[in-house]
Design a protein. Structure first.
Ligand code: ADP
Length: 450
């Protein structure tokens, strides 16, 4: 694939597209994960601050009498040493918490816990704030209004928490994501390259097959065309052509023409089958008739080759399949003609019809030259010939078995070969027996062959 510029370029393009799309998706995913983690942390943080602030607010508010003035009991609370305060306001001293009491005019009346330097006093709304102190540390705080016992506004209580641990954690998450993403993208790029290669493999194979097919077809067409042009040129060179010679030349031209026509017809058939546009007619075809007809028709060919040809019908009732009768004739003809052609003088070819469960079996058995194991799978390839010289002598182009296989596949059957070199070959066709399906039933008509 690397040697072919078009395929190697397309592979690169595919890999780049895969990698870009996957990187975009991974980026989005990473961003989503980061947002989810941040959101979860802020939720926990807000709930934590709310609980601490609410408890403190309720504890303090019930003792307030004068707006802007803390009662001695509360003042004591703010002045007792750190060690003793811990059990009273444990939460405030657990983390980086602080609490401030602000009068209505925004004056700091008292403070609890750790108090950051240069944190702006922001009385009142908004309820939630994120502030930065003089050293650039961030704090998240809540402001709640306080009221005296007789319900006059007293001022505010602000409870906040340092964001340093949260910020450090989120910075770590960001770092992991930022480092992880390029590594993931690298992995994605490598796997994209590999995946693009895998995705293109079948396309490349079929491209190579087409190229091979075109080259083989051109090669096959070239031989009869060259023979034709040589014959015609030699005829044109002689000024007075006697009639018997002219007739001979015309016969040669006709022979080559027939060969070319047959070859082109075979190529067309195969190409139509390839595009799956080949019309498989839904007719009931009687296999008994096909076998008997063909044994009769090919009798002269078998006689000429001094080969015994016989039919063995092993079923008592006629076997019918749903399919294209003409193609069925073609399939069995190809197998039987091959069997006759590749069997030595005095050999025997049998066309056997049998039934196995719901399948019809056609076996073409010969006592011919056989096929070596290494060729047995390849003989179904187009233009493949085990021995091209012998094949050419018999007029074969190497398309007969490819066509047979295509016909069998179009009829949802199978075609197998068992062969032993020097002993003979058996070609077995299995076809589903004809039970007319709902959609096909309307098209099914028994057909007479001329
Ligand atoms: P061809 O037109 O050359 O016969 P086919 O596609 O029909 O092409 O067959 C492919 C090759 O398979 C033949 O060239 C021949 O070598 C081999 N082959 C096919 N049928 C037989 C057989 N019955 N016995 C031995 N060899 C066979």
């Amino acid at each position: 694939m690397q040697q072919n510029k078009l395929f190697s370029q397309t592979r690169w393009q595919l890999a780049i597209w895969y990698a870009s799309v996957m990187s975009f998706i991974l980026g989005l995913l990473g961003f989503g994960v980061e947002r989810a983690i941040i959101h979860a942390h802020w939720q926990t943080l807000d709930r934590e601050i709310e609980v601490v602030a609410g408890t403190l607010h309720d504890d303090v508010e019930k003792d307030l009498r004068q707006p802007g003035r803390l009662e001695p009991t509360i003042q004591q609370l703010t002045q007792i040493p750190q060690r003793d305060k811990r059990h009273v306001l444990g939460a405030i001293h657990q983390g980086d918490y602080y609490a401030r009491f602000l009068s209505l005019s925004g004056e700091n009346v008292a403070a609890l816990g750790f108090l950051p330097d240069g944190l702006p006093l922001t009385p009142g709304e908004p309820m939630w704030q994120t502030l930065t102190d003089s050293q650039g540390n961030r704090y998240h705080q809540i402001s709640l209004s306080l009221h005296t016992q007789d319900n006059r506004p007293w001022g505010y209580i602000q409870v906040g928490r340092s964001l340093s641990d949260v910020d450090a954690y989120l910075a770590n998450v960001k770092l992991v994501l930022l480092l992880g993403l390029p590594s993931a993208i690298m992995l994605v790029a490598v796997s994209s390259w590999w995946l693009a290669g895998r995705a293109m493999q079948p396309v490349y194979q079929s491209y190579q097959q087409i190229q091979q097919f075109t080259a083989d077809a051109a090669h096959e067409l070239r031989t009869p065309l060259a023979a034709l042009s040589a014959t015609v040129e030699s005829a044109l060179r002689s000024p007075h052509l006697p009639e018997p010679e002219a007739r001979e030349i015309l016969q040669t031209v006709n022979r080559q023409n027939q060969r070319l026509t047959a070859l082109v017809a075979d190529l067309l058939l195969l190409s139509r089958m390839e595009r799956q546009s080949l019309l498989v007619q839904h007719q009931l075809c009687c296999l008994n008739d096909i076998i008997s007809d063909l044994v009769e028709e090919l009798e002269s060919l078998a006689l000429a080759a001094a080969v015994t040809l016989k039919a063995e019908i092993k079923v008592y009732k006629p076997l019918q399949i749903v399919g294209d009768e003409e193609q069925m004739y073609r399939l069995v003809t190809n197998l039987m003609v091959n069997a006759i052609q590749y069997t030595h003088t005095g050999g025997c070819v049998r066309a056997i019809l049998d039934k196995e469960d719901d399948r019809a079996i056609i076996r073409v058995v010969d006592t011919g030259i056989g096929i070596a194991p290494e060729h047995q799978q390849r003989i179904f390839d187009r233009f493949y010939r085990v021995n091209s010289d012998r094949s050419r002598m018999t007029g074969g182009s190497g398309l007969g078995l490819a066509i047979a296989m295509a016909i069998v596949q179009a009829h949802k059957g199978s075609l197998e070969v068992h062969s032993e070199l020097g002993k003979g070959s058996t070609f077995t066709v299995r076809l589903p027996l004809g039970v007319a399906t709902g959609s096909a039933r309307a098209d099914i008509q028994p057909r007479d062959r001329d």
